[in-house]
Design a protein around this ligand. Structure first.
Ligand SMILES: Nc1ncnc2c1ncn2[C@@H]1O[C@H](COP(=O)(O)OP(=O)(O)O)[C@@H](O)[C@H]1O
Ligand SMILES: [Mg+2]
Length: 346
């Protein structure tokens, strides 16, 4: 094997031979002088070449080998720090290898996460579909088993079966909307419209629902003029209905739901705030996930599919915006997002 020492010996021997050969051409040179010259040039050349090879090249190459060995074991931690200040070309190669391997590993981790997510989603969908189907099946079977002969029982069971199937229909519709939004199949139909006008319609539509819980919905604006935004009117209405219905459903009885509008330079800030029991911190990060519910029984009671916030998030993202949630236990929950101002806005 060629290592730095053998290479240094060979090279310095060559240098010593050449130097001594030249010196021997000098007239009347003594053998002793030639030997001294040979040994001095050999030793000096050896030390220099050996040091250069060992410290500048072989050491770096060994480092690279060590790094590759570590990367094979997916060990990214130890190597990270020792690389930062390297300025030699070999040092930079080491850095490149390290960065590349790390990026690839991150991609692999991301793919694995998506795979888990996909599997969980499939399990969730099957479970959610199964529930109303089994319920309806149960009622129909009881009817077939003889309950159909009693007119009172018959109507009650038919109604229940019908309700289960309605729930199934809503769930499937939500799933279709969500998948269309995710694949970008539905384009946002962007127009300029007045957000205040839209909000008034939403409040009117949900007033009865709020009244059943003795809650009120209020709209606050910072000035009296209109709030023209550039967005998909139908989809934003869907977003507002989802958020306000949630606030009614999960907020407290006799609560207040406040919708605030604020103008910024190029955007309108929309805030939906309730004074309900709030959401614990550990749930907040997963709130927009499909089928994620803090309180399962509560959600299903009100006919919730657990897809509302996932749809809301997709719609807001399709507007190149982002929705955020913050909450304090016992104080209430706030959802915030921004929409682009419309052209006719001043
Ligand atoms: N304003 C709110 N206050 C407290 N919890 C909320 C609020 N909005 C949503 N949540 C929680 O987030 C979950 C997901 O909401 P959503 O996606 O709309 O599904 P659904 O309403 O069908 O349950 C709800 O089940 C509820 O637990
Ligand atoms: Mg909801």
């Amino acid at each position: 094997m060629l290592n730095s020492r053998t290479l240094a010996v060979v090279l310095s021997l060559l240098i010593a031979v050449v130097t001594t050969a030249f010196l021997s051409l000098v007239h009347a040179i003594t053998i002793v002088a030639l030997v001294v010259c040979f040994s001095i040039s050999f030793s000096v050349a050896f030390i220099l070449i050996y040091l250069i090879l060992e410290f500048l090249i072989f050491k770096e190459i060994n480092k690279i080998n060590g790094l590759i060995a570590k990367l094979k074991k997916k060990d990214f931690k130890i190597t990270g720090k020792s690389l930062v200040t390297s300025s030699s070309p070999l040092g930079r190669i080491t850095e490149e290898i390290y960065t590349l391997a790390k990026v690839k590993q991150l991609e692999i981790d991301e793919l694995k996460k998506l795979e888990i997510y996909r599997r969980e989603f499939l399990a969730d969908v099957s479970h959610e579909l199964k529930t109303p189907i089994f319920a309806a099946q149960g009622f129909v079977e009881t009817l077939l088993d003889g309950a159909i002969d009693d007119p009172l029982v018959r109507d009650r069971f038919l109604n229940k079966a019908s309700k289960s199937l309605d729930g199934l229909n809503i769930l499937v519709q939500d799933l279709i909307v969500l998948s269309q939004l995710e694949t970008g199949e539905v384009k946002m139909d962007m127009t300029d419209f007045d957000l205040v006008h839209l909000l008034k319609e939403v409040v009117e539509q949900l007033e009865d629902k709020a009244a059943k819980r003795k809650s009120v919905i209020e709209i606050y604006t910072t000035d009296t003029k209109s709030y023209i935004v550039h967005a998909d009117k139908f989809r934003i209405q869907q977003v507002m209905v989802n958020l306000v219905v949630n606030a009614i459903k999960y907020g407290k009885e006799s609560g207040t739901i406040a919708i605030h509008l604020e103008k910024e330079k190029n955007q309108v800030l929309v805030t939906v705030k309730d004074d309900g029991p709030g959401i614990a911190n550990e749930h907040l990060a997963r709130l927009f996930e499909r089928f994620y519910r803090v309180d399962k029984s509560r959600s299903k009671e009100g006919g919730g599919t657990g897809l509302g916030l996932a749809i809301v998030e997709q719609i807001i993202e399709a507007h190149n915006s982002h929705i955020q949630v913050s909450s304090k236990l016992g104080k209430g929950t706030t959802f915030v997002f921004k929409l682009r101002k419309g052209l006719s806005a001043e």
